[in-house]
Design a protein around this ligand. Structure first.
Ligand SMILES: [Cu+2]
Length: 136
């Protein structure tokens, strides 16, 4: 008996390189501070099911700030507030409740330079903290 093996080699790909199309930009990266047409600084943070703010640190100049927090979690409800008695000056605006999939925006005015801690008050025991720095 003679076994005849016929092996067909599939053509290997024709030499095309994987295309890397630039993804359409849907706005600045998380934590990147931009200035809106009305002169207000804008920055977006994200939180998710892992009890982390992404990013947990950002820096603004003194002046008005429009801060957006997006909760992309599937399960966890979070919130956002500046940690009471932490920074050089109180910042009152907060997001009391941010349910899964919800995005909210607050406006605040950064005045005194320094570091302002913020937190999700539900999850401080899980270290859900961050810091906003107001540059001098
Ligand atoms: Cu939280």
């Amino acid at each position: 008996m003679v076994a005849v093996a016929v092996v067909l080699l599939a053509g290997c790909g024709g030499g095309g390189t994987a295309g890397q199309e630039a993804a359409p930009s849907s706005g600045p990266a998380l934590g990147t501070v931009t200035t809106a047409p009305d002169g207000v600084q804008e920055v977006t943070l994200q939180t998710q099911d892992d009890y982390v703010f992404t990013p947990s640190e950002f820096t603004v100049a003194p002046g008005p700030v429009r801060l957006t927090v997006a909760n992309v979690a599937e399960q966890m409800t979070h919130n956002f507030r500046f940690t009471p008695d932490d920074g050089p000056a109180p910042i009152d605006p907060e997001i009391p409740l941010l349910t899964p999939g919800e995005t909210r925006t607050i406006e605040l005015t950064a005045t005194t330079p320094g570091e302002y801690g913020f937190e999700c008050s539900f999850h401080t025991q899980l270290q859900q903290f961050g810091t906003m720095t107001v540059s001098g």
